[in-house]
Design a protein around this ligand. Structure first.
Ligand code: NAP
Length: 299
């Protein structure tokens, strides 16, 4: 039996792995996809301390994964199908794995718009990740839906690929942080459509247009929906307290109501979801798994 099982290898899970392994605990990290989670699909990270010129999200996350493995954490590319919080065990395709403590770094997934055509055209023009799919639409006319940091960054990424970008936002101001918003507003390839909503996606075999709530119809080759994220907490529903949006109700100490089970990163209920706060959660959660004296000595 391991000392710690970490579920999710985004910045929270990887940092938890680094801290727990460096403290001498045996750690297994389970990840269904690539390391990095949402951060690993971000083209450029400009606000993570230490990288004045910015750093690619995948590059930053791969470095975190390497650091976790060097510290002694074992990274398993196995999806977790079931989590038994009270029993502190998880089931993967290879069977049940137990540990003294569980760190849930479950992350979040894209929120869907829920409009006609969205499901049918996903993967055929409707996408949730410009970094993943943008290159397919180089130089074309595309739309980004949303007004937060992710939408702004996706719009800039696509503009940089030579796309003509319609930025469809339901209000008249971006939620994105000022420096990024400014770059969006100054970019001649990005045209914001304020106070507007995507009402439907149209296309037979592939997306060809977005119908807007105002009644307008814009021909586009792709739409990148970027309207926030929802926590990936379905596997712990009914076992842990969740807030109204489904985030795990754990405080700054990352403790859930179940002894030995901690929540870290974007799936935890909190105000600021950034790579740096996810990493901080990972460190805090791991520190809770380490006896106090040992943590102070090994830092
Ligand atoms: P977000 O900040 O929650 O923004 C979501 C955007 O989508 C908002 O502009 C919101 O409009 C809009 N929206 C939500 N539901 C909608 C709907 N049903 N229809 C139309 N529009 C809708 O989400 P995010 O941009 O994915 O970012 C998530 C978190 O990660 C944030 O904390 C963000 O700061 C952080 N993040 C940080 C960075 C960075 O610092 N480099 C990069 C990416 C993400 P309203 O504005 O009207 O609410």
């Amino acid at each position: 039996m391991q000392d710690v099982l970490v579920i999710g290898a985004g910045p929270a899970g990887l940092t938890a792995g680094i801290y727990a392994a460096r403290a001498g605990l045996t750690v297994d990290i389970y990840e269904k996809d690539m390391p990095g989670g949402q951060a690993g699909r971000t083209d450029r990270v400009e606000n993570y301390p230490g990288f004045a010129a910015g750093i690619g999200g995948p590059e930053l996350c791969m470095a975190m994964a390497e650091q976790a493995e060097r510290a002694g954490a074992a990274l398993h590319y196995e999806g977790v199908a079931e989590i038994d919080c009270a029993g502190r065990r998880v089931r993967t395709a290879k069977g049940w794995r137990e540990a003294a403590q569980l760190i849930l770094a479950l992350g979040a997934r894209p929120r869907l718009l829920g409009v006609p055509g969205e499901k049918e055209l996903t993967g055929r023009g409707v996408s949730y990740c410009a970094t993943c799919d943008g290159a397919l639409y180089r130089g074309r006319r595309v739309a980004v839906i949303g007004g937060g940091n992710s939408a702004a960054e996706e719009a800039l990424y696509l503009a940089n690929l030579g796309c003509e970008v319609l930025l469809v936002h339901r209000r008249d101001a971006l939620r994105a942080e000022r420096a990024v918003a400014q770059r969006v507003l100054e970019n001649p390839r990005i045209r914001p459509l304020w106070n507007e909503q995507a009402a439907a996606f149209e296309g037979e075999k592939a997306l060809c247009a977005v119908k807007l709530a105002s009644g307008a119809r814009e021909e586009i080759a792709a739409a990148f929906v970027s309207i926030g994220r929802e926590p990936d907490t379905a596997l712990v529903r009914g076992q842990l307290a969740l807030d109204a949006q489904g985030f795990i109700a754990a405080g700054e100490d990352c403790r859930t109501g179940v002894p030995g089970v901690f929540a870290a990163g974007d799936a935890r209920a909190k105000r600021l979801r950034q790579i740096v706060t996810a990493a901080a959660d990972g460190a805090v959660a791991a520190s809770q798994c380490i006896p106090a004296k040992e943590f102070c000595e090994k830092g």
